[in-house]
Write a protein that binds this ligand. Structure first.
Ligand SMILES: [Zn+2]
Length: 498
């Protein structure tokens, strides 16, 4: 630990008392960081998430030198398997994606996939790991495989479709908030095969996996940022494997289907401004009483993902115990108290060397605003949006800008500090580390606040003031303005970490 939990709590108490938590003083942050043990501070992980594209096409040595000089990067995480063009940092038109290293087909026996299904061909014959790893290791930089779950079924690869979830109407869910099913044996075989392939065949230093989804009940409500238009009829997963698993746990799938059917109508009516007789909140709660299966199905999904993570962790460790394994956590749990309840970091310590909570402060403004809009369409329909946001700030423990200003203001570094500290408190006493992902030019809509070198600097200070063991410069190197990345470097230098 960089500093003592009691010291951090006392510092926050003092800061709150004098009313400075919304705009943290860099001097105060530095003074706190200076209390850290120099040896520990030098060991901080400075990681960066990136598209593989620059490392497939450009001079890898030069890129790494620049990342080290500009921001002291000592871990690099390329998106190594994705069918998402944005993550790969390439134009969407004609993009197919896949594995940007070489799939060794013997690890994918029970998946139904061919080599051609999996191999990403956008960079020709280039194997990004083979190109990146020797140059990185020469410079003391570690390389992790970053595998993000694709929640849009790749249309050009038919073998993916049977691995995707099924909604309660029996339709295949080919896109967010659905995705591949954690109880589908072929999906499990594929993911476990992929991490084994990477672990056995490349001199990687670790793997990060992540999914940007949540459970069935949350999806039914569209309780996510930008969730106001999600389809409450596309709630998952009711595939044969999930239904069988539920049966084994004593959960009645037919009652769950009926419950989600009534919830679908509730959400559709609420969005059409048809206020239920007893109001939006009471009617929602009554549905939970009538159909406890709604919560049971949500929990089934959440625990299935945790089981998947547990199995991925142990698969990797069985190949090479020294590999570092951790998880990207969707930023939605910063906005939704429902999602936050699903993701208990303390539980995850059983299968996590590190966790990466996304604390993207700048884009959090517009994301929080859109979350309030999403839940105004149902559970909080009786509450004006500005009051809902005040309530959420209380519930989530933030002090940020009001509803009418938060999009233009973004969130402050104080949010980064609070979320980092909350995560650290959850994993305290375990070996799980926390490497918060900070916002360096995560794309936002026109009119929203923009990152600056100073805003990035303040985020970095907040992460280390909270006591994190590392940081992840996020979300994608190819989106970052050089001057804003340099802002992170300047803060790290001031903290003695670079
Ligand atoms: Zn399923």
């Amino acid at each position: 630990m960089i500093d003592q939990p009691m010291t951090r709590r006392e510092a926050l108490k003092t800061a709150t008392a004098i009313g400075v938590t919304a705009a943290l003083s860099p001097l105060a942050l530095l003074a706190d960081a200076a209390m850290a043990e120099p040896a520990v501070r030098k060991a901080a992980t400075i990681s960066i998430a990136t598209s593989p594209a620059p490392f497939a096409k450009q001079d890898v040595g030069k890129l790494l030198d620049d990342l080290q000089q500009r921001a002291g990067v000592n871990v690099i995480l390329p998106f190594m398997y994705t069918h998402g063009a944005v993550r790969a940092g390439l134009p969407a038109e004609g993009f197919r994606g896949g594995n940007f290293a070489i799939p060794h087909i013997e690890y994918y026996k029970d998946t139904g996939f061919t080599y051609e299904d999996m191999r990403g061909t956008e960079f020709g014959d280039v194997d990004v790991f083979a190109r990146l790893i020797p140059a990185a290791h020469k410079r003391g930089v570690k390389v992790f495989g970053w595998i993000i779950e694709d929640n849009q079924c790749p249309a050009t690869i038919p073998h993916w479709e049977p691995l995707y979830e099924v909604d309660f109407h029996g339709r295949r869910a080919k896109g967010h908030p659905g995705g591949p099913c954690y109880n589908n044996p072929r999906y499990r075989a594929w993911l476990l095969g992929l991490v084994e392939d990477y672990s056995r065949n490349y001199e990687i230093d670790g793997i990060m996996w992540g999914s940007e989804r949540q459970g069935a009940l949350c999806n039914a409500l569209g309780a996510q940022h930008d969730g106001g238009k999600t389809d409450p009829g596309k709630v998952t997963c009711f595939c044969e494997f999930c239904v069988a698993k539920a049966k084994g746990l004593g959960i009645d799938a037919d009652r769950a289907r009926r419950g989600f059917g009534e919830l679908e109508m509730y959400v559709r009516n609420c969005r059409a401004n048809q206020r239920p007789r007893d109001g939006y909140f009471v009617t929602f709660w009554r549905l939970l009483l009538k159909y406890p299966e709604l919560l049971a199905w949500d929990n089934l999904w959440v625990t299935s993902r945790h089981e998947m993570e547990h199995d991925v962790y142990h698969k990797i460790k069985s190949v090479k115990p020294s590999l570092i394994v951790g998880w990207h956590l969707w930023q939605n749990l910063s906005f939704s108290p429902f999602h936050r309840a699903e993701e208990d970091h303390a539980l995850m310590t059983g299968w996590s060397d590190f966790v990466r909570p996304c604390v993207y402060a700048n884009c959090a403004g517009e994301r929080m605003h859109s979350f309030v809009d999403s839940v105004h369409g149902n559970v909080f329909g009786d509450v004006p949006n500005d009051q809902t946001l005040d309530f959420l700030y209380r519930v989530l423990n933030y002090q940020e800008a009001p509803y009418d200003k938060v999009t233009a203001a973004g969130f402050s570094a104080d949010y980064v500090l609070r979320e980092t500290r909350r995560t650290l408190d959850a994993v305290a006493g375990t070996s799980t580390q926390v490497w918060p992902g900070i916002d360096i030019d995560v794309p936002v809509h026109a009119g929203s606040s923009q990152c600056t070198p100073e805003s990035v600097k303040q985020e970095v200070f907040a992460v280390f003031k909270a006591g994190a063991q590392g940081i992840m410069l996020s979300r994608n190197y190819v989106e970052m303005k050089p001057e804003n990345l340099a802002g992170a470097g300047a803060a790290l230098r001031e903290l003695g970490l670079h």
